[in-house]
Design a protein around this ligand. Structure first.
Ligand SMILES: Cc1ncc(COP(=O)(O)O)c(C=O)c1O
Length: 360
């Protein structure tokens, strides 16, 4: 029996949201509603579909540095092109960051209820995750500062936080970054930032030149609706980007993902539309949960976390059998996270959840 390395052996396998195809096969549904993986419920911009017509060059490797996309993003954010690196989804960049910077015994600070991939990648490198509790779903940055030791290497901030949806504003973030010693990296994961409507949201691209130890992560998987394409990116000081390139798998983003991302980025009307729709629907779902006396976390993302008051697996199963997939088995046993869908999908979610509440 060949043994895997000790840091991998007992690691849980990442549990993604139940794929829609699987639910439709198992339960015979034709149009199940998938509100589990924080995808864009509509899909992507029609301009992406157009740009991908007549795909060709299947036999040739893509340009590994994604120069066209890099140029577009550089303009979009007003950040030098050399400060970008691309990944097969931003999850690959999280992996690259840990692989590049974490050594056995290093400490890495994160909150106790956030995107689970950070802790798996930390552990795989033999480093130690140091968990800081959230305060009512929000970051307790003073507690994070208090957790710094001479072994600390990376601090993870998911902004807005998945799954609570809490946002750290520009001033708070700046004053936090000012207190971080130069030898500690701060990873700011902004997978959901395009959904944020709060005017005090950080302008993190501008912070990259002020704080050389900051890495900002973004993805095309969420508001841009390109989760299947796998395209994420990081912005950081060139010295950090240069190190990440040493571990980047060659040709890690496909030419089609690069093409799709360029077309998606160019359609900012699409982004603005879905930001607005998401905001309206998020308020509507929140109001309805409140009417039912269900407590939820005010969210700036495209998801809401709430306390269903029942074992989450029961809620999940009840809804699944009626064609609605939500996220169960989170950190707390009665919590459910629902992705904001189209208004029809949200109607369906609310209808089925109301039935659940009536019969429990
Ligand atoms: C906070 C956060 N970061 C990163 C990701 C990874 O996204 P991707 O690898 O699709 O870019 C996700 C996906 O759900 C996420 O929630």
């Amino acid at each position: 029996m060949i043994r895997s390395k000790s840091t991998v052996r007992n690691l849980p396998v990442y549990r993604p949201g139940k794929p829609i195809e699987e639910v439709e096969r198992e339960y015979g549904w034709k149009n199940a509603v998938k509100l589990v993986s924080n995808e864009n419920p509509f899909g992507c911009s029609p301009k992406v579909i157009e740009a991908l017509q007549g795909l060709q060059l299947f036999h040739q490797y893509p340009e590994p540095m994604a120069p066209l996309l890099r140029g577009k993003l550089a303009k979009h954010f007003d950040v030098e092109p050399e400060k970008f690196i691309f990944g097969n989804g931003s999850s690959e960049i999280i992996q690259m960051i840990c692989r590049t910077f974490l050594e056995h015994g290093d400490e890495s600070i994160l909150v106790d209820f956030t995107y689970s991939i950070y802790q798996s990648e930390i552990k795989i490198e033999g480093a130690i995750p140091i968990f800081v509790p959230l305060l009512n779903g929000s970051y307790d940055l003073d507690a994070m500062l208090g957790a710094i030791t001479d072994k600390t290497k990376i601090i993870w901030i998911c902004n807005p936080n998945n799954p609570t949806g809490a946002l750290i504003d520009q001033d708070t973030l700046i004053s936090f970054l000012q207190k971080i010693p130069d030898n500690i990296l701060v990873v700011l994961d902004e997978a959901y930032m395009e959904y944020v409507v709060d005017e005090n949201a950080p302008n993190s691209a501008s912070l990259v030149s002020l704080f050389p130890q900051l890495i900002v992560l973004r993805t095309f998987s969420k508001i841009y609706g390109l989760a299947a394409m796998r395209m994420g990116y990081a912005m950081a000081d060139v010295t950090i980007i240069a190190e990440l390139h040493r571990v980047r798998p060659s040709f890690n983003t496909s030419r089609y993902a690069q093409m799709a991302a360029i077309a998606a980025l160019e359609d900012q009307e699409f982004v603005a539309y879905w930001r607005k729709m998401n905001d309206q629907e998020r308020i509507r779902i929140g109001d309805q949960l409140e009417n039912w006396g269900i407590s939820y976390y005010p969210s700036q993302g495209n998801f809401i976390l709430f306390d269903s008051g029942s074992p989450s697996q029961e809620v999940f199963q009840y809804m699944l059998e009626r064609g609605v997939i939500v996220r169960d088995r989170l950190r707390y046993p009665t919590y459910i996270r629902v992705t904001i869908g189209t208004s029809e999908q949200n109607d369906r979610f609310l209808e089925v959840f109301a039935e659940f509440l009536a019969c429990r």
